[in-house]
Design a protein. Sequence first.
Length: 347
Amino acid sequence: MSRARVARRIAAGAAYGGGSIGLLGVAAVGVLLAEVQLAKRSVGGGVAPLPPGADGRYGRAYGGEEPLRLALLGDSTAAGQGVRRTGQTPGALLASGLAAVAERPVDLRNVALPGARSDDLERQVSLLLATPAGAPDVCVIMIGANDVTHRMPATQSVRCLASAVRRLRTAGAEVVVGTCPDLGTIEPVYQPLRWLARRASRQLAAAQTIVVVEQGGRTVSLGDLLGPEFAANPREMFGVDNFHPSAEGYATAAMALLPTVCAALAMWPEADRIDTDRRENMLPVAKAAAEAAKEAGTEVTGARAPWALLKHRRRRRLPVPGAPVAEPVAEGEEDGPGSRSATVRQD
């Protein structure tokens, strides 16, 4: 999807979608539509390649221990659209990182669909749970951008997400949700359209956090993590279509998600307790959700209703995107040279 089409949808949603960002006068609508035209003229060429398949086993060098099972669900960001190498996708990066932390092989299955909205999660969850092996050990969901651009009502969006998390948790899977990214980072999107996109994204991210925590999952805020870095380094952080993340962008997102994925499986050195030196706190769920939507890489996990734990876990550096280590290995093959170099490093 081009940035112009995204800008057009944001403008239409702001003008006609109702709610807190829909009460705009005629003059404001005119400004938004003019900005859409500017965005359309500024958008470069470039088409995002289809996401490379990343399903397979990672970390074979760790021996014959029973592999952990990791699944990704969601939209094009979860699928890894915008990069050409398997090892550059978020699924491959997370599987490699989890294998290194756990020192166990990891089997990855990705059922995410480019263009998907939250109402597609029911199909994706059913696809995962239909396998004889049952629920994965941990599921990562990245969803929300298309809900905003297609003007899906937030109530419907979060209802679909809550249902998906509930089904996965009932089946025995841990669930980590990367909340709606900051669409205000898409360039060229000018003010006030950029402000409206950012506000809509943050509102959805906060609502997602509340329902996920209520269903026993964990969330990680991606919006403000990617926002400043994408805005400061758009040529590095965006892919060839100027909308989907580049390899560096996906590595940044995966690096934020990995500690929470590991913590959900009790495989991260930091405990689920408050570290006041890192500005962590126990807050009402709604307040924790609002705070998380504002700050990079913030994790929210349930504590005791109606309270939630707001954490800022230390991130570890992931393998360089595109390195051969991240590629899955077919049955019967050996991992290539340097296959254990995926071990994450302290920042």
